[in-house]
Design a protein around this ligand. Structure first.
Ligand code: 9WN
Length: 454
């Protein structure tokens, strides 16, 4: 165990702890983000199981009445100018379940059930090994603490299970009225990979109308604004927000009229993995058979649909642009959706992941997946999701690889990367330069999990 790296990662989570929830980053992202929060809970589990559970509880306090978990739960105490768009810009008071907790009006990939199942595994493991030196989260808790952790997990599973189920049901119905197994997104921010070239064509078709004026805050928090999305992209992002707001965040209206609707293959694959995890949770708490059948049905339907997005020429799974009725032909990390969903393309996808088009590019400082392939014409090594590597996505793929030998290599390379680049939001893949925000919570969280797996 690398004690120094462990303490440094723990210090990032503690430093970003806002008391019951964790800022995604100290300056750039001073609120609670949905999928960040799930990854962060994976890390917290190794420091404190109760704290990890609190992270998810506080996020789900912002869940909407229709089941949607919003992509940002705002900190009303943060200054309004800390981040844009601020809560007021979304005007979501009408739709939110808890209007006292201001939220955005869109969502992000559903990593939460994975996090919940992971916390339960960590607590179970600690109970089995309580007090053994060198086992993370065992010495601190001790035998009584470890038993208490498992009790806390059981209580939290009972409380959170119906909320997570409602979240998955929302995605499987409102976001997939066709029952295709693929989830529709209405905004690039919903993918979590905001300015990926996956969205270029669909975004280019969005004609910006009468956009209320705004001032960006993000570019003031990074060393070089070129690391962030462009102003043209921001205008379109804000126009899509405006259209969603005008549609009252009503899924049926949005599905019928919104100019940006994409079947996001990575989001859909994460939902498959999350349904797998939710199925295990449902079995553990003795949930009704009808729930368990629904969850298994969503999982199997999603897995088959992600496999059907396989493109034999690019050797990746592709998003489907609903408005253009075409697959989105570009080489990005989202193409490994089939690995995340656990379908039939595993060996081809591992070969592609380690090929010179991705982690095996000889120019790579460490063999970790870049967000966009250097072989894609849109590749930019320093620009946000257009090339830099994001440790958190490396973690998602690592986890999906299971016992495959490529997993150990990816973990080792990722740990080397964080040792050198620190807990950066993203990293220039050839030089290893840290980019975006320093002390990004989810980078520290996945580091803890990689270390605990050693
Ligand atoms: C918009 C918080 C979030 C992540 C996203 C990442 C970035 C926000 C932004 O930061 O998005 O949601 O302002 O760029 O793209 O994945 O959840 O870390």
């Amino acid at each position: 165990m690398d004690e120094r790296l462990w303490s440094a990662a723990a210090a990032v989570l503690t430093g970003n702890d806002a008391g019951g929830w964790t800022r995604a980053a100290p300056q750039l992202y001073p609120h609670q983000w949905s999928w960040d929060s799930a990854f962060v809970a994976v890390g917290w589990a190794h420091l404190s199981v109760p704290r990890a559970l609190t992270e998810l509880r506080s996020l789900f306090a912002g869940q909407w009445a229709n089941g949607m978990v919003p992509h940002i739960v705002y900190d009303p105490a943060a200054p309004a100018e800390a981040y844009f768009p601020d809560a007021a810009r979304w005007g979501t008071g009408v739709a939110a379940a808890a209007p006292d907790r201001p939220t955005s009006g869109i969502c992000q990939p559903p990593v939460h059930a994975l996090a919940l199942a992971h916390i339960a595994e960590v607590a179970d493991r600690a109970r089995g090994t309580a007090g053994r030196p060198g086992v993370p989260n065992s010495g601190a808790a001790g035998p009584a603490g470890a038993r208490g952790d498992v009790e806390a997990v059981d209580a939290a599973l009972t409380e959170l299970y119906p909320k997570v189920l409602a979240w998955h049901r929302y995605l499987a119905t409102e976001r997939d009225p066709q029952g295709s197994g693929l989830v529709s997104i209405y905004h690039p921010w919903e993918s979590g990979t905001d300015n990926s070239p996956r969205f270029d064509a669909a975004l280019a078709r969005v004609e910006v109308g009468d956009l209320p004026p705004y001032r960006r805050r993000d570019t003031g928090h990074v060393a070089d604004p070129a690391q962030r999305p462009s102003d043209t992209e921001y205008d379109r992002y804000l126009w899509l927000v405006e259209l969603l707001r005008r549609a009252g965040y009503a899924d049926d209206r949005i599905a019928a009229t919104h100019p940006f609707v994409l079947k996001d293959v990575l989001f859909s694959a994460i939902l498959v993995a999350a349904n797998d995890a939710l199925g295990r949770i449902a079995a553990r708490i003795g949930a009704p058979a009808a729930d368990r059948a629904a969850i298994a049905g969503w999982r199997d339907r999603g897995r088959a649909a992600v496999d059907a997005c396989w493109d034999p020429r690019l050797r990746l799974c592709l998003d489907q642009d609903v408005r253009a009725a075409t697959p989105v032909r570009c080489r990005t990390v989202a193409g490994f959706a089939g690995l995340v969903a656990g379908g039939d393309r595993r060996s081809e996808l591992v070969a592609e992941l380690t090929s010179p088009r991705f982690a095996g590019d000889p120019r790579m400082r460490w063999p970790v997946p870049p967000s966009t392939s250097p072989a894609d014409p849109a590749f930019r090594p320093r620009t946000y999701w257009r090339g830099p590597s994001w440790p958190v996505l490396g973690w998602l793929l690592w986890r999906s690889l299971g016992e495959h030998p490529a997993a150990a290599a990816l973990r080792a390379a990722s740990l080397e990367q964080v040792r050198t680049a620190g807990f950066a939001e993203y990293v220039e893949p050839f030089t290893g330069e840290p980019l975006g925000s320093p002390d990004q919570s989810w980078t520290a969280a996945v580091t803890l999990d990689w270390l605990a797996a050693g």
